[in-house]
Design a binder for this molecule. Structure first.
Ligand SMILES: [Mg+2]
Length: 320
């Protein structure tokens, strides 16, 4: 079955929406500066890189690593996951402008050419050793995963958890990636925002856990979810911004990102997470054209190249 034009626009929106939001949030990362209550976020660059205006950070770079593999391979297989691991490692060796602590540690320990099984083994050992592998670094890059499996919700959940476990073994990281990826799949296919649609694909314990966390995100002020380096508070920050910003139309994309960035702390990552779902709901056509024109980043490609890759991943999945 072919996607409708609107569905294709939303599939592209999931990826370009991540990239643009990531670049928008980069300027405000760790509150240098903090976006004021009445201010609108500007595409200024800077941040930890420093990044050029429109340049995406590690969040979208890692999403690209997944998207590139998903064009040709099934992310539920060792081969597909090893292709992702290879892309992660090549990027980590390229002297990146920024990289998450947990991701760097797993990639360093795994050595120069890790298979997926080797990377997951290191991630699991790190979890056994520290008990803390629930950073937001796998959720921030999950938007490409559902594109390969549109219409197959069980496959979305399985692939999202497996890709998370390459670096983030923690149960909540894996289930959070599944939940968010399922929300993106639902948004692309049906044009609706429904993050609870994925709860039935989680274990009963994880479904109960996330139901409480989503309740909090919908009732507590978004500013509650700071700091947001933990996968749980990052997902809550992103969802609270989306759910508590009035969704009057496509401008919801920009307005909810302003809410997300005002929360502060890990602003590029919270914006990237929110931007993936907002883009999947409202489509690439909802993203301001001047921001799209500035969009670029690793591996030396413009934002429009991400749009092509997104449609390739969709086509690869639909052909299965
Ligand atoms: Mg980043």
């Amino acid at each position: 079955m072919k996607l409708t034009e609107a569905q294709s626009d939303r599939a592209v929106g999931a990826i370009v929406g991540t990239a643009v939001a990531d670049a928008l949030g980069a300027h405000y990362e760790f509150d240098r500066p903090r976006l004021g209550a009445d201010e609108k976020a500007q595409m200024l660059g800077g941040g930890l890189g420093p990044f050029a205006p429109g340049e995406w950070t590690d969040d979208t770079t890692m999403a690209w690593c997944i998207l590139d593999a998903a064009r040709g391979l099934d992310l539920r297989t060792e081969e597909g996951l090893t292709a992702v691991a290879h892309n992660f490692r090549t990027w980590a060796e390229s002297d990146p402008k920024d990289i998450g602590n947990q991701t760097a540690r797993v990639l360093d320990t795994a050595g120069p050419a890790p298979t997926a099984a080797q990377l997951q083994h290191v991630a699991e050992k790190l979890h056994e050793m520290t008990g803390h592998t629930g950073g937001n670094g796998s959720l921030m890059r999950t938007a490409p995963v559902p594109l390969r499996y549109l219409g197959d919700r069980a496959a979305v959940a399985e692939a999202a958890a497996a890709v998370s476990a390459l670096t983030h073994w923690d149960e909540h990281a894996r289930s959070g990636c599944a939940l968010w990826s399922l929300a993106i799949e639902h948004a692309v296919m049906h044009g609706e925002l429904d993050v609870r649609s994925g709860l039935s694909h989680l274990s009963p314990a994880e479904a109960t856990f996330w139901t409480e966390k989503l309740d909090e995100a919908e009732t507590e002020p978004p500013s509650t979810f700071n700091p947001n380096g933990w996968v749980v508070t990052a997902l809550q920050a992103a969802w609270s911004s989306i759910a508590q910003t009035p969704a009057t139309g496509p401008e919801h994309y920009v307005e909810a990102l302003n809410t997300a960035i005002r929360i502060g702390n890990d602003t590029d990552t919270v914006a990237a997470i929110a931007g993936g779902l907002l883009g999947a709901r409202w489509g690439a056509s909802a993203i301001p054209a001047d921001w799209r024109a500035l969009s670029h980043g690793y591996p030396g490609i413009p934002g429009d190249a991400l749009a092509t890759l997104a449609l390739d991943a969709v086509a690869a999945g639909r052909a299965r």
